[in-house]
Ligand binder design. Sequence first.
Ligand SMILES: [Zn+2]
Length: 300
Amino acid sequence: MLVALMIVSILTMEATIPAYVIYSIYTYSSTGWWLWLPILSVVIAAIVAIMPWCQFIPYFARPIVPLAMVAAAGHARGLLGACASAAFLLAAWALIRRWLNGDSLRLEAIEISPPLAPGVYFVGQGGGNSEVNHHFRNESQRFALDILRLNWLTMRAWGFFPQRLGRYAIYSTQVLCPVAGVVTAVVDGLPDTDPLVQRDTDHIAGNHIVIRCAGASTFVGLAHLLAGSIQVRVGDAVSAGQPLARVGNSGNTTEPHLHIHAKVGGAPDSMLDGQGVPLRIRGRFLMRNDLFRGLSLRKG
Ligand SMILES: [Zn+2]
């Protein structure tokens, strides 16, 4: 426990170092800081949006850098400085989010229900730009999401890249059906691979399920599932919220996560062809570092 707290405080310090830099820039010149304000705002908004949080630094540290910028401006330049910093940061944030969304907001998206049991989840890869979504260059997986879960310390795992799969918060979490439809593909029986060191490149999706959405020509695929956990078969009619499987680490994956994407066209039993379609969960198009809650059990 003590070691965990020590690690967290060291990592949080890492996030506060930029605050010292910001403060020295603010105090360095009495007139030049108006020039620095837009530059710093863009840099900091980009760090907060694009940097993969939870790899080395807990998620709770994420707001520290922008808050430190506002606090440093307030300390050096008073209320006007704090307000101007906050305004520039918000504007930079909105512009950067827009750029990272790409054209996803103009395309027709499919609405899905949260594909996981209650918990707090975090998007590791996702968005309409290759800066935040490594799938983006792949036509079929263009708008795919790689989803991780946060533990109580807002880390995705205990340790940096632990070898024990159980140390990853999402491992073995119940996967719930995201849409009503019919199952068109099931692959099961592939073993978990070792985190970071081993990947099954012969079976990219690992254990997976493909569902054709009811009344539509869209398919949703869910990949890297736990061997033996799949509860549906090809031809089954499924409804949103129904348990499907558990999260594993099968296929071409570096650590346990749920990969999900939607596509149109291609073969009904494949999740690797066709054209990617944006997904929305509770009306939101999600990108890297966005959080969402799992499906509430209260919902019928
Ligand atoms: Zn993926």
